[in-house]
Design a protein around this ligand. Structure first.
Ligand code: PMV
Length: 355
């Protein structure tokens, strides 16, 4: 491949958003998690990014890039990209020789308070890996997605799991007395029981205002957290349990662990040296309503939360009609503008190509 032919080019990638079942919370060192985590990728909630590159006449001292989100220049994200480029430069030493233009958009409405950093960082990492290949800097071949996952991790930890469809784990852990996983990149989970393949995710929107505490600040509060050691052993224990549940199709264990993880995440926030609360009164109302509904109806459903007030109501396909009616009749009044998004586990993984 003659490098000169590729002095300019354009590529796009679309990557799914993901929701964690066992939560990553706290870092051992730069973008290395304190504990293993597992998420599933969504089917409709995605970010699409295209990257145009052009060789600069005089490679500069600084990075040269523009970032547009939904056609508008986005300075908040530009700061994140700057840090991201600095972190990946040891792998991609050519970055300062090019001007980079990123155009990004989400398939879900932005400003509804759904975290999009995972899907956007994953799509950006994929674009940069494709660019590196196109200009002849690397030849990743079979390692393409593994490398993109490792690069995405440097932008946002949870982004490294958005490189695959289905259930995806990140971090060293043990299962059935085997040491598995890596802290550097995510791995798709191959043992998913057919029952879980139809898992639905109803995202219940409680509050779309920007978060008062960023996840970066939240992670760093784990450094001196009084419960750090017990959190690490709990997460490892829950990881073993959830892998077993996903493998065996054991809904009751799944439900127990998923809710335990969601509530633990928020308890860790509330018990850190600078305590903070991201749930809203409506989040608690929804939790109570879901538990009452489950008891009365016997529906297989449970909730999880990200680092924010919105709930993800998960359920198996057989109970879809029942759960949809429950949301409409009993939950909508507690949602912001009665808004909720129906999504499900997605298996396609990222899609992309040269333009
Ligand atoms: O990827 P970050 O740094 O935004 O952290 C995400 C943390 C949680 O969403 C709360 C949990 C997780 O594992 O995704």
């Amino acid at each position: 491949m003659k490098k000169a032919e590729y002095d300019s080019g354009q590529v796009y990638w679309e990557a799914p958003s993901n929701i964690a079942l066992v939560k990553y919370w706290g870092k051992k060192s730069t973008q290395i998690p304190c504990n293993p985590s597992i998420s599933f990728s969504l089917s409709s909630s995605k970010t699409r990014t295209s990257l145009k590159w052009r060789k600069r006449d005089h490679g500069g001292k600084d990075f040269s890039f523009d970032f547009f989100f939904e056609d508008k220049k986005n300075q908040t994200f530009e700061k994140k990209i700057q840090t991201f480029l600095e972190r990946i430069e040891p792998n991609f030493s050519f970055l300062r020789d090019y001007h980079l233009e990123f155009y990004s958009s989400n398939t879900f409405p932005h400003s509804v308070g759904i975290a999009s950093s995972a899907s956007s960082m994953a799509s950006i990492a994929l674009c940069l890996c494709s660019m590196a290949e196109a200009i002849g800097e690397v030849n990743l071949e079979k390692k393409f997605f593994q490398e993109a996952s490792s690069i995405a991790r440097l932008g946002s930890g949870s982004a490294c799991r958005s490189l695959y469809g289905g259930a995806v784990s990140w971090g060293e852990h043990s299962w059935c007395q085997r040491e598995l996983g890596s802290d550097l990149y995510a791995t798709p989970f191959s043992g998913l029981h057919p029952k879980f393949k139809g898992l639905l995710d109803f995202i219940l929107l409680v509050d779309s205002s920007p978060k008062k505490v960023s996840s970066t600040a939240g992670h760093s509060l784990m450094n001196d957290h009084p419960f750090l050691d017990s959190r690490i052993s709990q997460a490892n224990h829950n990881m073993e349990g959830i892998l077993k549940a996903l493998d065996k199709g054991d809904w009751m264990s799944f439900q127990h662990i998923v809710e335990n993880e969601a509530l633990t995440l928020h308890s860790l926030m509330m018990s850190s040296s600078t305590p903070f609360i991201l749930m809203k009164p409506q989040s608690l109302i929804l939790i109570e309503k879901i538990r009452e509904f489950r008891k009365k109806s016997g529906a297989k459903c449970c909730f999880t939360l990200d680092a924010g007030p919105n709930l993800h109501l998960l359920c198996l396909q057989d109970d879809e009609a029942l759960v949809r009616r429950f949301i409409k009749e009993d939950l909508e009044e507690f949602l912001e503008n009665k808004k909720w998004i129906a999504d499900r586990m997605g298996f396609d993984g990222p899609k992309g190509g040269y333009l």
